[in-house]
Design a protein around this ligand. Structure first.
Ligand code: FES
Ligand SMILES: [Fe+2]
Length: 399
């Protein structure tokens, strides 16, 4: 993170602490998105939903797998993006490739597990056998096909893949800009957390009954901390001291820890880690050590970063009111023999936090269907949602 960005965030947190009321200037760069209530039909319209799949989820870069978990040749992970079954596979040459995970014969899904290791990609239906490069190697009785069917030309359609931060990212848009261009300033802002070396502590996949925007928006604002997270995050974070900004389609929120700083070596979270010999991420600056830095990587990935661990929430739409929600918890690497105890101590805390949101959000999805509800007003604390929705509208509109 650039020193001037850090200084700007610190000044913005102080300004938030001093703010009262809703002076237009307080909205900063968010002022351009206006003050109108947000329409609820955007959560419900089936045509709009199709456009979101087509123009948002098929065009953006999405992190779909951890590169380090696909270490050996033949290691794979599968993921569905906008109804396309995809697979990320480590090739013989060590490079990661992505394909449509659908057999070129009669469209059976080839790999059916979430992850694993294979020697070749063998379709279970009639046994078409593809190499790790996605090219057809053999099939039963090839001469039984008409002459126009050329086995040598058959391959699983490739998908654009790149790697950053220890993740494999894909996009279904062959004309998409390079990943680093899509991420823009994020690559610099997130660099201090050593993503690639972080230790995976927990991963859970949930099928949840709320739409992807309802889900994302719950991670864009700290206004629900005193109510939904009254006994979990609220005592640690000062929701009024949140600096927010956006860059391109992505946005950032830095929410100050309450004093005494929970993560300082004498704070409850810092002390626990220190006692167990876990030092946290070494290269963080002052602002990164004293706030919860939360980033939306457009459209639906949230990185929530703390001095010695971070969480990643990835949402993929499965219907207007259904979402596949992947939660991952990572911690700073540590040589301490007792690091495992620290990692284990994080798990129940996040299980609780997630449960609090998962209990709440299906009720929002039900609420927006109410015929008397057409728009929802937003407080200053929820200004990031305006940028997010404006961005979705822009992508949906083809802009
Ligand atoms: S569908 Fe794959 S071999 Fe027939
Ligand atoms: Fe929440």
């Amino acid at each position: 993170m650039k020193p001037e960005t850090e200084a700007k965030i610190r000044a913005a947190i102080e300004a938030e602490r001093a703010r009262s009321g809703y002076p237009p200037a307080a909205a900063g760069r968010f002022a351009e998105f206006g003050q109108e209530p947000l329409p609820v039909d955007e959560y419900l319209d089936p045509k709009r939903y199709e456009l979101e799949l087509e123009r948002v989820f098929r065009r953006a870069w999405l992190p779909v797998a951890r590169s380090s978990e696909l270490g050996e040749a033949g290691a794979f992970a599968t993921v569905d993006v906008a109804r396309d079954p995809l697979a990320v596979v480590r090739g013989e040459d060590g490079a990661l490739l992505a394909f449509h995970n659908v057999c070129r014969h009669r469209a059976a899904q080839v790999l059916r597990e979430e992850s694993g290791v294979v020697e070749a990609l063998v379709c279970p239906y009639h046994g078409f056998r593809y190499g790790l490069d996605g090219r057809l190697r053999s099939c039963t009785d090839p001469d039984s096909f008409p002459a126009a069917f050329d086995p040598a030309a058959v391959r699983l359609p490739p998908v654009k893949l790149d790697e950053w931060g220890g993740w494999a990212w894909i996009t279904l848009d062959g004309d998409a800009p390079p990943l680093v261009e899509f991420l823009g300033e994020l690559t610099d802002e997130l660099a201090n957390w050593d993503f690639a070396e972080a230790v995976l502590v927990a991963r859970e996949t949930h099928e949840v009954e709320f739409g992807w925007k309802v889900g994302v928006e719950a991670f864009l604002e700290p206004y629900h901390l005193p109510s939904i997270h009254a006994g979990s995050a609220h005592p640690l974070l000062d929701f009024r001291a949140s600096a927010m900004d956006w860059f391109g389609p992505h946005s950032r929120m830095a929410t100050a820890f309450r004093a005494p700083n929970a993560y300082a070596p004498d704070g409850p979270m810092g002390r626990e880690a220190a006692e167990l010999g876990v030092e946290g991420f070494a290269r963080l600056n002052q602002v990164q050590r004293t706030t919860n830095m939360s980033y939306l990587v457009f459209p639906a990935t949230v990185f929530s970063l703390l001095p010695n661990h971070f969480t990643v929430f990835r949402m993929l739409p499965e219907g207007i009111d259904r979402t596949r929600f992947v939660y991952e918890l990572y911690a700073a690497p540590s040589a301490s023999e007792r690091a495992g105890e620290f990692y284990a101590s994080l798990k129940p805390r996040y299980a609780r936090l997630l449960e609090e949101d998962f209990e709440n959000l299906p009720w929002i999805q039900r609420g927006v269907r109410d015929s008397a509800t057409t728009g929802v007003p937003l407080s200053h604390h929820e200004r990031r949602i305006r940028h997010f929705r404006a961005e979705v509208r822009k992508w949906v509109g083809g802009g």
